[in-house]
Each structure stands twice: as structure tokens, then as C-alpha cells.
Design a protein around this ligand. Structure first.
Ligand SMILES: Cc1ncc(COP(=O)(O)O)c(C=O)c1O
Length: 375
């Protein structure tokens, strides 16, 4: 049997990793400024993380959500305190897409409405509802296209108000920072306007923090730079540093009803142990502050070049928009300099490094980038 061939893959097979470094079977070291697509938050193979998972596996790895799970309760308590939402409730699932599905479903149950406002250049995942909220026709099948979605421009509060005024909008969903669509940071005033409009028209504001969350931008969630409080916050990727885990934070006004949401694997013991270890390490190693400092260092030190159109983003969620196709540059960075980078569209190099990236590692990237630009 062969693999179903849907991924564009580099010809590199990592077998070992530590911090922001990855090695292949021949011992070649790579610097990871991609973080496995924003998933590695506290660093590859962190000793505290490994110990927590091994310890949990020795105790109990899985039981279903039919029983009480003290680890889920501890995670809800500690996450609420760490992120500044102690009065919200936590529902755990398995991925970013599933979190957005659950958020959309909950908003629809809550309001009795069936339309969602999303934004151009958005990415919310690949499952049925999440992909319908994603502004990329190439990945939306006819089956997915049956959902009622209105797309507005990021920043166009008047357009959003026109949509909300129709009275059928359950929710507005927006990324803390648009990631896959090219690192577009919503203005604080725009997020504040969305919050006010959702309140005015009785719609739910959903903040997708799957990529921008958990400290990557220097605050726990990117929307906290705007000082707003969404109805639902969706999470995934880095929350368990590579162990599959997602979840949503739900404001106190939402009523839970038995059976309205559910999952087999969501909130299992290993996922909770991993997520708790991430919270510990984030705090002990002050990684949110590090992400902001090292990210801002990279932003300030990217060499000036007529080939660079703009450098956008915050903390360790950065995009270098070029005036050219970035594929050859990324290939050089990987093959000649042994540096993993991400991409958004054809003209942006996207950097999503683990939050423990050091200034020396950032400087190694900066020097390499300058050299490949000069070639
Ligand atoms: C903002 C955002 N939301 C949702 C998702 C989907 O997450 P997952 O691939 O875990 O389903 C992603 C993945 O890249 C994302 O960047």
C-alpha cells in the first residue's frame, strides 16, 4: 500500500529533536523555525514534558469521557488562571478544526441561528464546517459548500455590521492573527468593533487562536493585545506541544446541555498530562516573554532589501513577504543552511519557531537569510 499523496514534502526525515533543533538519521542538524507548523511550543523533547508523559503512561493512558477525569479538571483550573479566563469553561477535543466545529455548533445552539461571518484569507481547518469557514475554494468540496457563510474583509467593520443586521448570524469567527492567509494582524480597534457589534446584534464572537495562541505573540492569546473578551476561544496546535489536543474556552453565559458536544479521544489522560506540562514549562521558563523578545529581534534585524515587501506579525508568528516566489529561497535555507521555515502563499516565508528559540539561534537564521538573499 502507498500513502495517499496529498502533502508537498521536503526530502528530510527527522528522527530526533531537542529544543529548536532536529536531526536526520545521518546526524545532520536542522534549525527549526517552523515548529512543525506552530505545534512545538515549549521545544522538541523537553525533559519535563517527556517525564510528564512517561509518568502518565505508567499510570493510565486512556479511559472515556464516561468517567470523571481529574486531569481535565486540573487543566481547566490551571489553564483558566494562566490565560486570564478563570470564569470560562473548558471543552477538550483533538485538533484545531474540531475546536472550530465545536465553537460554531455551540454558537448556533446558543443563538438558534445558522449563519457565520468569516473573513477573506481565513483558515479554520479542513473538516466540513471549518473548511466552509476557510477562504480557499481549492479545499472546499461541493459537500462543504452548503454551509451558510458570509465572508467579509478583515478590517471592514461596516461590512460585518451589514451582515449582522440581517439577524441570522450565529457567530463571527476571526483568527487572532491570520496565519495560513499570510500573517495579517487585525487592528485592535477592529477586534474591539467586532466585540461591540456581536454584543449589539446578539451574535457570538469566536476567536480562533489555534495558531496564534498559547504565548506565541507574547500574550497568552493574540486577541488579548486588543483587550477584548470573546464568547468562545478555540485552541489547538501548541497546547500540548505535539500531542494531539484541541479545546475551546466558553464564556459563562453559555448553557451546557448533556450530549450537545462530545468526543471519544478528547481530553484523554495523555493529552491532559501533555497540556499541563506545557503550562508548567511556559511559566517556569518565561517563554511568552522570550517569544516576544526574540520575535521582535528578528523583525528588527531582517536585512533591508528591495526584494522584501514587508515583515509582519508579532512575537514568534512572523511573515516575510517577498516580491518573488519564495520556494527557491526556502529550498536554499533548508538544503544549504539546514533551516526549516514555513510558507504562506507563494510569496511569504512564515516563521513559527518554538517559543524557546534563543537570540543566538535567531541570529543564525538572520545570517543565513542574508546569505541566501545575496546569492
Ligand atoms: C488558525 C487555524 N485554525 C485552525 C486550524 C486547523 O487546525 P488542525 O490542523 O489541528 O485541524 C489551523 C491549522 O493550521 C489554523 O492555523
Amino acid at each position: 500500500m502507498e500513502l495517499f499523496d496529498v502533502y508537498s514534502r521536503w526530502d528530510v526525515a527527522p528522527v530526533r529533536a531537542r529544543g529548536c533543533r532536529v536531526w536526520d538519521a545521518d546526524g545532520v542538524e536542522y534549525l527549526d523555525l517552523y515548529g512543525g507548523h506552530a505545534v512545538i511550543s515549549v521545544g522538541h523533547s523537553h525533559p519535563g514534558y517527556i517525564a510528564a508523559l512517561k509518568d502518565q503512561l505508567d499510570r493510565i493512558g486512556f479511559y472515556s469521557n464516561a468517567v470523571r477525569n481529574p486531569l481535565q479538571e486540573e487543566l481547566a483550573q490551571r489553564l483558566g488562571e494562566a490565560c486570564g479566563y478563570p470564569d470560562y469553561a473548558l471543552f477538550l477535543d483533538n485538533s484545531g478544526a474540531e475546536s472550530n466545529e465545536n465553537a460554531a455548533k455551540l454558537a448556533s445552539f446558543h443563538t438558534g441561528r445558522d449563519r457565520i461571518v468569516a473573513f477573506r484569507r481565513s483558515f479554520h481547518g479542513r473538516t466540513s464546517g471549518a473548511v466552509a469557514l476557510t477562504d480557499n475554494p481549492a479545499i472546499v468540496s461541493p459537500f462543504n459548500a452548503n454551509h451558510k457563510v458570509t465572508f467579509c474583509d478583515l478590517g471592514d467593520a461596516e461590512g460585518v455590521e451589514r451582515a449582522l443586521a440581517q439577524g441570522d448570524v450565529a457567530a463571527v469567527i476571526v483568527e487572532g492573527i491570520q496565519g495560513c492567509g499570510g500573517i495579517h494582524v487585525p487592528e485592535a480597534a477592529f477586534l474591539q468593533a467586532l466585540e461591540a457589534l456581536c454584543r449589539k446584534y446578539g451574535s457570538v464572537l469566536i476567536l480562533d487562536e489555534v495558531q496564534s495562541g498559547y504565548g506565541r505573540t507574547g500574550k497568552f492569546f493574540a486577541h488579548q493585545w486588543a483587550g477584548i473578551r470573546p464568547g468562545i476561544i478555540t485552541m489547538g496546535k501548541g497546547i500540548a506541544n505535539g500531542f494531539p489536543c484541541g479545546g475551546i474556552l466558553i464564556a459563562p453565559e453559555f448553557q451546557a446541555r448533556k450530549g450537545m458536544l462530545g468526543t471519544t479521544f478528547g481530553g484523554n489522560y495523555l493529552a491532559c498530562a501533555a497540556a499541563l506540562a506545557v503550562l508548567d514549562i511556559l511559566r517556569k521558563e518565561d517563554l511568552m516573554a522570550n517569544a516576544l523578545a526574540v520575535g521582535e529581534h528578528i523583525k528588527a534585524a531582517i536585512p533591508a532589501s528591495p526584494r522584501i515587501r514587508e515583515v509582519r506579525g508579532k512575537g514568534l508568528m512572523l511573515g516575510i513577504e517577498m516580491t518573488e516566489d519564495v520556494a527557491p529561497l526556502r529550498r536554499r535555507l533548508l538544503c544549504e543552511k539546514h533551516i526549516f521555515t514555513g510558507v504562506a502563499g507563494s510569496d511569504m516565508i512564515r516563521l513559527l519557531a518554538p517559543l524557546c528559540l534563543t537570540q543566538a539561534e535567531a541570529d543564525r537564521f538572520l545570517a543565513a537569510f542574508q546569505e541566501v538573499l545575496a546569492l
